[in-house]
Design a protein around this ligand. Structure first.
Ligand code: ADP
Ligand code: S3P
Ligand code: MG
Length: 260
């Protein structure tokens, strides 16, 4: 599982609840940006917004976000984190795994029906709140690697889905790495087989007196390989040159040692 996982989504999506539980299940540190904000500002979000307004809140929220990203943790963000372009960039640059916890507007309202801690819920009209909700949806999506729909799912179920999804990503990385390891072994074993053939060549040359280095043949090998693989964008001329250099210098050294 990635070191840092960031949860984004609208108020009431369950970022704090799910983040705290996910941290417990995975024995990771839990960090709620709203709590970090309160600690940093020395007052509640309600008090801060009342005193300094939303714009000042957003500015300070960016600083809290940047500071929080310095440690690995499960990070629950505040619902408005994606409004600032700067925050979206900070999240993208953080190379963390970002999950969008999605909830439809009526679920959000239902979950927050008795809330008193969220100033925007009290300040905005229903229409303005819905506008915010709609405005933010594509922004949450744009910063996220995955989305989980939370409607009708208890927090445990969401945590379970999250752990499965995140470890699935790890598993695919594990299997890709093991494929690379296996290919490396095949390449080395082919090089060994190539050197066995070189030994036989050296044996023949020793008796025939032919010279070890044949510039012409080495040039031909390169040209033929470049021609054959010219449509493969992975195998550039430069890479072919470097690989052929390595193979031929190793072979020549072996032949010279055998022929003396
Ligand atoms: N999956 C869920 N199902 C039902 N209620 C939930 C769920 N997730 C969170 N809640 C409830 O919704 C409210 C808001 O949750 P919270 O975790 O604070 O959301 P956020 O941090 O995204 O604003 C809390 O009362 C919480 O218990
Ligand atoms: O949506 C928002 O703009 C806000 C969401 C809150 O966090 P939650 O999403 O955890 O409720 C908190 O940061 C603040 O009240 C502003
Ligand atoms: Mg929260």
């Amino acid at each position: 599982m990635a070191d840092t996982i960031i949860l984004v989504g609208f108020m009431g999506a369950g970022k704090t609840t799910v983040g705290r539980q996910l941290a417990k299940t995975t024995s990771k540190k839990f960090l709620d940006l709203d709590d970090a904000f309160v600690e940093d500002a020395g007052m509640t979000i309600n008090e801060f917004m009342e005193e300094k307004g939303e714009q000042a809140f957003r500015q300070r929220e960016t600083a809290v976000l940047e500071r929080s990203l310095k440690t690995s943790a499960i990070i629950s963000t505040g619902g408005g984190i994606v409004e600032s372009k700067e925050n979206r960039q900070v999240i993208a640059d953080s190379k963390t795994t970002v999950v969008f916890l999605q909830a439809d507007f009526s679920t959000v309202l239902q979950r927050l029906s008795s809330d008193t801690d969220r100033p925007l819920l009290r300040q905005l009209s229903m229409k303005a709140l819905l506008d915010r909700f709609e405005y933010r949806q594509p922004l949450y999506r744009s910063v996220s690697d995955s989305v989980i729909m939370t409607k009708g799912k208890a927090p445990d179920k969401i945590v379970q889905e999250l752990t499965e999804m995140l470890s699935l990503k790890d598993n695919s990385l594990v299997s890709l790495r093991s494929e690379i390891d296996s290919l490396d072994r095949q390449i080395l074993s082919l090089i060994s087989r190539r050197l066995n053939v070189v030994k036989e060549v050296a044996h023949i040359k020793k008796h025939s007196g032919e010279s070890v280095i044949q510039e012409n043949r080495m040039q031909q090998i390169r040209l033929a390989l470049k021609e054959e693989f010219k449509t493969d964008a992975n195998l550039t001329d430069n890479l072919i040159d470097r690989v052929v250099d390595l193979l031929t210098t190793t072979s020549i050294a072996k032949e010279q040692k055998m022929i003396g």
